[in-house]
Design a protein around this ligand. Structure first.
Ligand SMILES: Nc1ncnc2c1ncn2[C@@H]1O[C@H](COP(=O)(O)O)[C@@H](O)[C@H]1OP(=O)(O)O
Ligand SMILES: [Mg+2]
Ligand SMILES: [Mg+2]
Ligand SMILES: [Mg+2]
Length: 409
């Protein structure tokens, strides 16, 4: 079972418009007040090489990143609107065979084009470098022409819901260039945006959880992150149960400023915090819905060592980081099968959302994740996430289970 949102819960585009419009006026001064949430262009689409995007070393902590955060929230929210629209059509369509991956392709590319477009428009004075999952290779082929037309239409319709962009509609060539802005290699110098335009493709296809995940690296460190989770209930999903039907969460975090959540249709943000459980027997844990993405048996053996009683909560995507940041569960374990290389866009936004909410994210050896090495994360075996109290016992259980596993081989 998953905490799936019903297809009917996909927000209407009017909600998208309201949400995106509200960001420009949002300030931190009212973050903690008036919460309605229970508890808790033609722009230059050419991506600059990393040496151009690099600047002299600037102390990250002294930067405010307010403008960048506002742009990131706007970009991720608009991209989420596009994804919601595509997912709604996908779920209503008679031809929604799960083997037909074209709708998800359209949404992936469309989301990437929108984020790229919005960031370049909102931050036009800054050098722009984007490390993103998709590229336009297939769309430039003859066989991609129809798909490109569909993406261009979707992107223009979505951008039109936001009153602030009055330029003429994007051409297919503009859309291709926007997608290809994501070819940067990232690295340890300068600023690089990091984007997964749809994280959790399988969840998206099932009508369940997925996320638009956007982060900013400055000199190799994640300094802000935004996770738009259109199908995540606003209320807790602890134990896979939720008391409320309203869905659509936007998590955002900035280095040194904490993590906040608001609804995707524009409520005031509330500060969130990870669970403060100190006894692992009371903890519950998240893992991938897909067995192919993470070894469920290994996580199960670790949970048994910890005395965890609750069954795993299995959901797709970085929505797990968001749910953990507000205390819906206390542990997230991810152990990809041998040979899989983790990409930075699959963890950068989730990582800062959890750490700014008081949590800890490490590899299976207890080392912090290093986002400064290019498009991939080089790490030991897996990724574990929990609060500070539980991390020592989680690391011990992970180490013991990995030793037992290797002794059986
Ligand atoms: N074989 C695989 N093993 C691990 N992760 C994978 C694999 N294939 C795709 N992924 C990525 O895992 C993430 C989702 O994991 P999960 O939902 O299990 O936490 C997504 O980033 C997904 O990519 P994508 O962004 O293309 O959906
Ligand atoms: Mg992903
Ligand atoms: Mg993806
Ligand atoms: Mg993918």
């Amino acid at each position: 079972m998953t905490a799936a949102a019903p297809a009917t819960s996909v927000a209407a585009s009017v909600g998208c418009l309201r949400a995106v419009a509200s960001f420009s006026s949002s300030t931190y001064s009212h973050f903690l007040s008036t919460s309605r949430i229970p508890r808790f262009v033609k722009p230059h689409f050419i991506s600059l090489p990393s040496f151009v995007a690099s600047r002299p070393l600037v102390a990250s902590a002294s930067m405010s990143y307010d403008k960048e955060l506002a742009a990131a929230k706007k970009a991720a929210s608009l991209a989420a609107c596009l994804c919601q629209k595509v997912q709604k059509e996908l779920l209503q369509s008679d031809v929604q065979s799960k083997s037909d991956r074209s709708p998800v392709t359209v949404a992936d590319y469309g989301s990437q084009a929108i984020v790229s477009f919005v960031l370049e428009r909102e931050l036009s004075a800054e050098p722009f470098s984007l490390v993103a999952e998709e590229d336009s290779g297939d769309l430039r082929k003859d066989s991609g022409k129809d798909t490109l037309q569909r993406i261009t239409k979707l992107v223009n319709e979505t951008i039109a819901t936001d009153g602030s962009y009055s330029a003429s509609p994007l051409s297919p060539e503009d859309v291709l260039r926007a997608i290809d802005s994501g070819k940067s290699e990232g690295g340890s110098f300068g600023r690089h945006w990091v984007l997964d335009p749809i994280d959790g493709t399988k969840g998206f296809l099932r009508g369940e959880q997925y996320a638009v995940a956007l982060a900013l690296l400055d000199d190799g460190k994640v300094v802000l992150g935004v996770l738009a989770c259109p199908n995540l209930p606003l209320a807790s999903i602890a134990g896979n149960v939720t008391s409320e039907n309203a869905v659509g969460c936007l998590f955002f975090a900035k280095v040194g400023s904490g993590t906040f959540m608001q609804s995707l249709d524009g409520s005031s943000p509330v500060k969130v915090h990870v669970s403060d459980i100190g006894n692992s027997e009371d903890a519950s844990f998240f893992e991938s819905y897909e067995k192919a993405h993470s070894m469920h048996d290994l996580a199960g053996s670790i949970a048994r060592k910890l005395g965890v009683k609750a069954p795993p909560v299995r959901i797709d995507s970085q929505a797990k980081y968001g749910a953990l940041s507000r205390g819906d569960g206390a542990i997230y374990m991810r152990f990809p099968h041998k040979g899989y290389r983790e990409k930075i866009w699959d963890h950068a936004a989730g990582c800062i959302v959890v750490t700014e909410a008081g949590g800890v994210v490490t590899d299976a050896a207890g080392q912090p994740l290093d986002f400064s090495q290019g498009r991939y994360l080089d790490l030991d075996t897996g990724i574990i996430v929990t609060n500070q109290k539980l991390m020592p016992s989680l690391l011990k259980a992970v180490r013991e289970s990995l030793e037992e596993k290797s002794s059986l081989l």
